[in-house]
Design a protein. Structure first.
Length: 919
């Protein structure tokens, strides 16, 4: 069971100033953007392509500054990795040569914890505190030059033009070429990006509604949405603060929405947009949706593209006929499959429903192997990015060969031969009158494609000479080597697999930092992972203020795409990440550390060289890299699809098996999800969404938790409030209970947690569910020092703070949904121990959704799952670990490491499970 709350409700509404901008009549989109007079391409705003070219001539050409990516080190860059790997340990011990004292090695635990502590509440969105308009303008003016030097700058006319004559544009541009920050800025003033009043049919009646005026740009993660919004706001000289009375840029992520009146560009997480789509299937607020970093292929992005495709190919009656523009972008995905997906029916390339992944992959491999330098030539990685520039689907090639012009081929060739483009003469002044000219760039299949070649700064690439058995040790050595050898400025961004590894390495590095001699810069080690507070994440993106100090960021793949971490010039990539995987046989999801894909490796490399030349150190061999999978299996093919199916149903998709997905899970998996939703009462016997199902889909929760809420509401409001408390703790990003480090700590912790576990121990034998309930109740009632209360019990303050936010949100939603009559009185509320009777009621409510996640005690004293009959062991993190055995257990989570573990475990009775299955 994923523990994430995916979305936030109560998004911004249309704002007064936007209303003021509305035009009363619907303007049909102007077909022609540009024209050529005397060989000069001219935009309708009057700027000519020649002017742009002159400007470009003054700007350094990216091709001139870009150099080949090297696979080995050079003397001037310090010894190559192969040398480091052999010699660094002894060099570290030698101390003096690398500038490290070898005498004291104090634990850096305290330092690590300090670094994790959030600093103060409010975010200064501009870092430098500048927020008045003249300061904002001067910041924007300062950034103008940087914007003009981005590779994508020379493509801005093509991008605007492509979208004036087509509704869909795919952009493949290298990491750092400027896609995420620039494309929305090129588009928000386009004539089609206006708020319009139109007539639509609602329930047989004609109604006037507003459509358009804003561009949404999706990001896979909140940190990217927030930092990009801040960057774009700076570039546009627009304020981005809570309470700002106007602004052109906003963002909307879980628990935080900053969308000032007048917002034209809104960065959103994929989950947020999907939730908006449930309420507003026609996306009336928007003129365009930009789907960024599509290569990550989360379930949410796959659903979004499916809904967008349906909307694009519909008559748009729900938008009063106003087209929605869609831009899809990535640095590391061949866009052929996506072009096929969005292409108008009956055009080329043809969409093969639900089967794009393998096809795209095949084309990549082909492009790579046939490249000029061959598969081993590392320049292929930088110069051509990941895309096969000449790559087309087999369909298209066939078509081209058979004489029917392939529009994609034209566009791609145009992208690659950008400069020769300017020779085409088109009479712009007479553009609209000329049907022939109008056809230029207008794609028969409706999908325009642009390729942005080049990145601004070179990234040198280094591989290990031999495979590394211990990546943590390798990483430590590599970071220390870089820190000691490379002059400032130049921060380091290292990619690890997860929070535990990050905290371990952080402690190690901080311990080493104490041994550094004075001539070596100080180290500022900063973690970056999803469960960190927003403020702690934000701090990582700020420039280091301390003098003579190097920032070392230890990150999960949260920093892999979209983000620019200021100051970073060196990337160290361990080559692994933790991936959620659905194990069909077990019917459960597990989080496994696995080798990354080539796409991820390229994205990680792309985090260096964004502000200056950079270097990327891969802690694996070049052969290992070449043996990596080209890209990751889309999440929808490896995860439980229950939520996805529920979202489709809630959006009115009757036949989910026929819903247009780029890649469809296999039929048995979809059917299993349907059966599961039926068992939960979300679907009736005819497969239609029930009332309970509709409510479940409205909650920003995994479907099963939504079901538990609905079940609790049927019992009483008191039970519902208890269940909200538990679910709030279950859906934080990090664990509520921290693990004792030693046996001694274990004993002390047991003692200090006695109030949580209650007089009968383990929260009245209610297991983890009741333990979480008492934890939340006691935390919320704590009047003096909540942080101290947590510290004593080894409870995570960060997790509890987030749980309190979720609790507030869920309570409000329950009132909105009429599951609760009113909000309960503020804390502290009177609390008492949870009685066994109360525990039974709560556990039975959970069984409504989790009966399939139960296990019975076998005669040999081991638990065996009721579904699939697999052996399962209680995980050490559970309060039931090492306790007496019960006849049956229910578990909310599951992890597969050395063996199959049940997490979040509670004792239940076998007959309760039977009842739950029968009900
Ligand atoms: N927060 C920031 N601070 C400083 N510079 C930034 C920031 N965000 C972007 N930039 C600059 O703008 C450039 C383009 O960034 P942008 O995110 O638009 O590129 P991109 O093509 O979308 O890259 P990617 O595919 O890696 O997301 C970066 O290389 C960097 O130089």
């Amino acid at each position: 069971m994923p523990e994430k709350v995916h979305f936030k409700f109560g998004d911004d509404t249309l704002t007064p100033s936007l209303k003021a901008q509305q035009s009363t009549s619907k303007q049909p989109p102007k077909p022609a953007t540009t024209g050529l007079t005397n060989g000069v391409k001219r935009l309708r705003d009057g700027s000519s392509k020649a002017e742009v070219s002159r400007k470009e001539a003054r700007t350094p050409k990216h091709a001139d500054v870009r150099g080949p990516v090297k696979s080995g080190g050079s003397a001037s860059n310090g010894p190559p990795l192969r040398a480091i790997s052999n010699g660094i340990s002894s060099k570290l011990m030698a101390g003096n040569r690398l500038g490290i004292h070898t005498s004291s090695a104090k634990s850096a635990k305290n330092g690590a914890q300090n670094a994790l502590r959030p600093k103060g509440a409010g975010l200064d969105k501009f870092g430098d505190g500048k927020s008045n308009s003249s300061n904002l303008r001067s910041v924007a003016a300062r950034l103008e030059k940087a914007r003009e030097s981005l590779p994508i700058w020379s493509k801005r006319l093509d991008i605007r033009y492509a979208l004036r004559v087509n509704d869909i544009l795919l952009i493949n541009g290298e990491t750092g070429s400027g896609k995420s920050t620039q494309v929305p800025q090129y588009l928000y003033k386009e004539p089609w990006c206006k708020r319009e009043k139109v007539k639509v049919e609602v329930g047989g009646k004609s109604e006037e509604v507003f459509v358009g005026g804003m561009i949404a740009i999706t990001q896979p993660r909140r940190v990217a949405a927030m930092t990009l919004a801040q960057r774009v706001a700076r570039e546009m000289g627009s304020p981005l603060q809570k309470g700002a009375t106007s602004g052109e840029v906003g963002y909307s992520v879980r628990f935080e929405s900053v969308v000032p009146p007048g917002t034209k560009i809104k960065f959103v997480t994929e989950g947020m947009l999907l939730q908006e789509m449930l309420h507003d299937p026609n996306l009336r607020k928007y003129s365009a949706i930009i789907v960024d970093e599509i290569h990550e292929r989360s379930v949410d992005v796959d659903l979004i593209t499916g809904f967008l495709r349906t909307l694009l190919h519909s008559d748009k009656a729900g938008r009063g006929g106003v087209p929605l523009k869609v831009v899809v972008m990535s640095a590391t995905l061949d866009l052929g499959g996506i072009e096929a997906f969005f292409a108008k029916p009956e055009t080329i390339p043809r969409y093969n429903p639900g089967h794009n992944h393998g096809r795209v992959l095949l084309r990549h491999l082909k492009g790579y192997e046939l490249g000029p330098g061959g598969p081993k030539d590392p320049r292929r990685i930088s110069e051509d990015s990941f895309s096969s520039w000449e790559g087309f689907s087999d369909d298209q090639e066939d078509t081209a060969k058979s004489g029917s012009a392939s529009a994609s081929r034209t566009t791609a060739a145009r992208g690659a031969d950008r400069e020769s483009d300017s020779d085409i003469e088109i009479d712009y002044d007479n553009w609209e009158d000329s049907d022939d000219e109008f056809e230029v760039g207008k794609k028969k299949n409706g999908v325009a494609v642009e390729y942005v070649k080049g990145r601004e700064y070179e990234v040198e690439l280094f591989y290990k000479a031999t495979p590394q058995s211990d990546y943590m040790q390798s990483m430590l050595e590599q970071i220390l080597h870089l820190h000691v050898q490379e002059p400032l400025p130049g921060d380091i961004l290292a990619f690890l697999t997860g929070q535990d590894e990050i905290e371990t390495l952080q402690a190690e590095l901080q311990s080493q930092a104490e041994k550094l001699v004075k001539t070596v810069p100080k180290m500022k080690v900063m973690p970056l992972y999803g469960a960190l507070s927003a403020q702690a994440q934000q701090d990582v993106f700020e420039k280091v203020k301390e003098p003579f100090t190097r920032k070392i960021v230890l990150a999960t793949n949260i920093a892999e795409t979209s983000v620019t971490v200021s100051g970073v010039r060196f990337v160290v990539d361990c080559g692994k990440s933790k991936v959620k995987q659905y194990r069909v046989r077990l019917g459960m999801e597990s989080l496994l550390a696995k080798p990354i894909s080539r796409v991820s490796a390229i994205q990680r490399m792309g985090r260096a060289g964004r502000e200056a030349k950079g270097k990327c150190f891969r802690l694996y061999t070049e052969d290992d890299y070449l043996n990596l999978d080209q890209d990751e299996l889309p999440e929808i093919l490896r995860c439980d699809v229950v939520e996805a199916v529920l979202k489709m149903k809630a959006r009115g998709i009757e036949d989910v098996l026929a819903f247009p997905l780029m890649d469809s899970p296999n039929i048995p998996q979809m059917e299993k999800a349907l059966v599961q939703l039926h068992m939960m009462g979300a679907l009736d016997d005819a497969g239609k969404l029930t009332d309970a199902g509709r409510k479940m889909a409205q909650y920003p929760l995994p479907a099963a938790y939504g079901r538990v809420l609905v079940a609790a509401a049927e019992i009483s409001s008191d039970v519902l409030l208890d269940i909200i408390d538990v679910i709030s703790c279950l859906t934080t990003d990090s664990e509520v209970f921290l693990q004792p480090k030693s046996e001694e700590d274990q004993e002390t912790t047991e003692e200090s947690r006695s109030d949580i576990h209650g007089p009968q121990g383990i929260a009245g034998r209610g297991g983890d569910i009741v333990t979480l309930l008492t934890t939340m109740q006691r935390f919320a009632s704590e009047k003096t020092d909540r942080a101290e209360w947590c510290r004593k019990r080894l409870v995570s303050v960060r997790a509890m703070k987030m749980a309190m936010q979720i609790r507030k949100q869920l309570r409000q939603l329950c009132v909105q949904q009429k599951l609760l009559k009113e909000l309960p009185p503020p804390d502290p509320l009177p609390i008492g121990p949870v009685t066994p009777e109360r525990a039974e009621v709560l556990l039975k409510a959970f069984l409504k959704a989790f009966a399939i996640k139960t296990a019975l005690l076998g005669p040999d004293g081991n638990y065996v799952t009721t579904q699939g009959r697999n052996a399962i062991t209680i995980h050490p993190s559970s309060s039931l670990y090492g306790q007496k055995k019960f006849e049956a257990i229910m578990f909310l989570d599951h992890v597969f490491t050395a063996k199959s573990y049940a997490k979040k475990v509670s004792p239940v009775q076998a007959n309760w499970i039977e009842e739950a299955f029968e009900s």
